[in-house]
Each structure stands twice: as C-alpha cells, then as structure tokens.
Design a protein around this ligand. Sequence first.
Ligand code: GRF
Length: 189
Amino acid sequence: AKLAVFASGTGSNYDAIIEATQNGKLDAEVVLLVCDKPNAKVLDKARVNQTPLFVFDPKQYASKEMFEAKIVEVLQEKEIDWIILAGYMRLIGNTLLAPFEGKIINIHPSLLPAFPGLDAVGQAFTAGVKVSGVTIHYVDSGMDTGKIIAQDAVHIKEGMTQEDLQQAIQRVEHKLYPETIQQLILKGE
Ligand code: GRF
C-alpha cells in the first residue's frame, strides 16, 4: 500500500511508521510526506529517509480549498491508498475529504471522546484522570470525531509528571499506529 503521511511538527510517529516499513512490520511504503510548516522538524527526518515531500505554506494560497485541491492533485499523481495524519495540525476540509473519505486516519493522544482538540495530554493531566491513552480513528469533518478504529490505555500512576505521561503516550503511539495501519491494509478496507 502507498501511504502519504501528513505532519506539522516533530514527526516521531512518521519515524515510527518508516521504521515499521523497513523492518517488515508494515507492508507499505511512505511515498509522500505532506507538511504545512516549512520549518518543521519532521522535514529533517524526511530528508534523511529520502521521503518525497510536498511542503506548502497555507498563507501562500487564497483559501483552504485552493491548497487542498493542490494536495489532492499530488496525492492522485502518486496513487496514494491511505492518508495518515501524524500531528497534522489542521482540520481536513471537504475538498480533501470527499475524494479520500474512509481512507484518512488520525492518531490522537487521549481516549476519545475524552479530551479532543489541542493539548489532549495536558487536558487529561489537569483533569486528574487515572487512565488516558491513544486513539486511532477515521477522519471526518469534525475535530477528532470520526469512527474509532483502535485504542490503547495508559495508566497515570501516582507521582507521574505531565512529561512522563507525554512520553508514555508517545511510546504507545509508536507501536499502535504502525500495527493499526497494517491491520487496515490486510483487511483491504
Ligand atoms: C502525537 O502525539 C499525535 O497523537 C498528535 O500529534 C502528536 C504528533 O507527534 N496528533 P509527532 O510529531 O509524531 O512526534
């Protein structure tokens, strides 16, 4: 399967996916990285791995429809099967959603529907919950609202800091995301 990873930030999930494709755990190829932040750290990682890039600055486009239309063009040219959102900090609009509905997935650092939106780890930590975790879901037009595909829990033990929680969640993400993508590919959904 051909994957396009969308990221805006550090790219540790992008890295975990690449590693899984290299060690045989994920039967797929990352044929494109889409990034909306010309200075994002994920771009350095993509250059090391020689992943083809589509980097854009939303401010250079008149509207979201315009940049999403351009993205769709690139995705179709590369015959992408799945869009993997990995810290892509934008809502997906209808221009991109319509042609790829059911083929776009996202990872979110909480047990949805708890703590959607920004800083989910901070939200969970501040709320004082004893269990949080990671959710992988299909993307719809809402904020972290699509149908849930997989979840894994992280227990918040006495004395854990927010930073500890962040790290524990990321460890779970790096395992769960490649595994879930592999299952979707095998199911041929
Ligand atoms: C992850 O925690 C993911 O759940 C959220 O954004 C973060 C991206 O981290 N959607 P990274 O850039 O993959 O390190």
